[in-house]
Design a protein around this ligand. Structure first.
Ligand code: PLP
Length: 423
């Protein structure tokens, strides 16, 4: 049997893929290598990656600077435990994150994925109030249409429908939901959140949202003015404000962090995805001194969390390299150029029958249909155009690497439009 056929058969037999039954109904494509913005398939085809590997590979693949950072760190140490030990890559990373995120955030908990960063953020909120004797404050308020990860607490603040809460009734912690945010600022919507915070003041510990862009929950954008309103509400009701910037961080929406659209600082911020340039799994939860002090003065004065691979030196080293590569170049110009390319390239998609909305923000381009996509057909159409896309629900979207050149952007847009046509 040729090697590829053998691998495909073994994959089908043993490997569970995300959001898939076992075995998967659609055989995944076999990738043998990747460089720049291209994925090379084992059968020799090349695809322009319109997904940045789930929004992470902002500099593209096999970038010489990032490769070198990993290689250099590999020669020193791949990993040491973070309990009782520390090291330069993690210390430098923490300092950089504090420097580039909104001012008041000063303390950094490094962990191993975005979902864990959200777990830690929720734990911080609950424990902060617990330390102050407010043990009834165990719930998070959030808006519908969000996505915060797949472990149980993150799932509990993810959209109740998208997060399959009915499947997990009785298992998931019950959180407090308000409707999804309107696109434009509406003071009545803010009043509604205010009323909910007032009614359930004894229960609510914090507010958690994805600022400006709701990603995997539906690729929706909303007015940054809501962030200012949430900041005011959080202060007024003495609850903590958490921004999950795992998808939006590191320039994706045109500013370094989506919070910067409003000039608002949360009390807790979650990072992940693009932090390592898509090289290695890593998350981070940042908080303001008030949160750390509250927890550290409590009856149990520690944050009881410590993943085995916390602060991993390889991941820290490549994160440092990725962030300095981003900041040393004209990242804002690059994202702007991608934004303009997507705007121009996706405009014709609005004429395709069944397309309900076309929207672009930063390096995010979304085509929303008035029905769920035929995922297999849409993916096939994109691949035939030489592009890798992963449509879901009623959405065909792209979040390409910032280094994607104009000709490749055009190709991506043509593929999105073709996928919309067959979907
Ligand atoms: C992807 C994502 C997560 C989960 O991150 P993982 O690394 O997949 O665990 C959480 N929040 C948001 C906003 C995300 O986009």
């Amino acid at each position: 049997m040729p090697v590829d056929d053998e691998l495909t058969a073994l994959d089908r037999e043993h490997v569970w893929h995300p959001y898939a039954p076992m075995p998967a109904t659609q055989a995944p494509l076999l990738v043998s290598s990747a460089s720049g913005v291209r994925l090379r398939l084992s059968d020799g085809r090349e695809l322009v990656d319109g997904m940045s590997s789930w929004w992470a590979a902002i500099h593209g693949y096999a970038h010489p600077v990032l490769d070198e950072a990993v290689r250099e760190q590999l020669g020193r140490m791949s990993h040491v435990m973070f309990g009782g030990l520390t090291h330069e890559p993690a210390i430098r990373l923490a300092k950089t994150l504090v420097d580039i995120t909104p001012g008041p955030l000063r303390h950094v908990f490094l962990c191993d994925s975005g979902s864990v960063a959200v777990e830690v953020a929720v734990k911080m909120c609950l424990q902060y109030h617990r330390s102050l004797g407010r043990t009834g404050k165990t719930r998070m308020l959030t808006w519908r249409g969000g996505y915060h990860g797949d472990t149980f607490h993150p799932m509990s603040v993810t959209d109740p429908d998208g997060g399959m809460h009915s499947l997990w009734r009785g298992v998931l912690p019950e959180q407090v939901f308000v409707p999804e945010p309107p696109v434009e600022y509406d003071p009545r919507y803010v009043e509604r959140i205010d009323a909910t915070l007032r009614e359930r003041r004894d229960e609510i510990a914090g507010i958690i949202v994805e600022p400006v862009v709701q990603g995997a929950g539906g690729m929706r954008f909303h007015s940054p003015q809501y962030l200012t309103a949430l900041r005011e509400l959080a202060d007024e009701h003495d609850v903590l404000l958490v921004f999950d910037e795992i998808a939006t961080g590191f320039g994706r929406t045109g500013v370094l962090f989506a919070a910067d659209h409003a000039g608002v600082a949360p009390d807790v911020m979650c990072l992940g995805k693009a932090m390592t340039g898509g090289y290695l799994s890593m998350g981070a939860t940042l908080c303001v001194p008030r949160v750390a002090q509250g927890i550290s003065r409590g009856e149990t004065p520690v944050l009881a969390h410590g993943p085995t691979f916390m602060g991993n030196p390889l991941a820290s080293a490549v994160a440092n390299a990725s962030i300095s590569l981003l900041l040393s170049g004209d990242w804002a110009g690059a994202v702007k150029r991608v934004e303009e390319g997507l705007r121009a390239g996706l405009a014709p998609a609005s004429e395709v029958p069944g397309v309900r909305d076309v929207r672009v923000l930063g390096a995010i381009g979304v085509v929303q249909l008035d029905h769920d996509v035929d995922m297999a057909a849409a993916t096939r159409a994109a691949v035939e155009h030489g592009v890798w896309l992963r449509p879901f629900r009623d959405l065909i979207y792209t979040m390409p690497p910032y280094v994607t050149e104009d000709a490749d952007l055009e190709r991506i847009c043509a593929a999105v439009t073709a996928a919309a046509r067959v979907a």
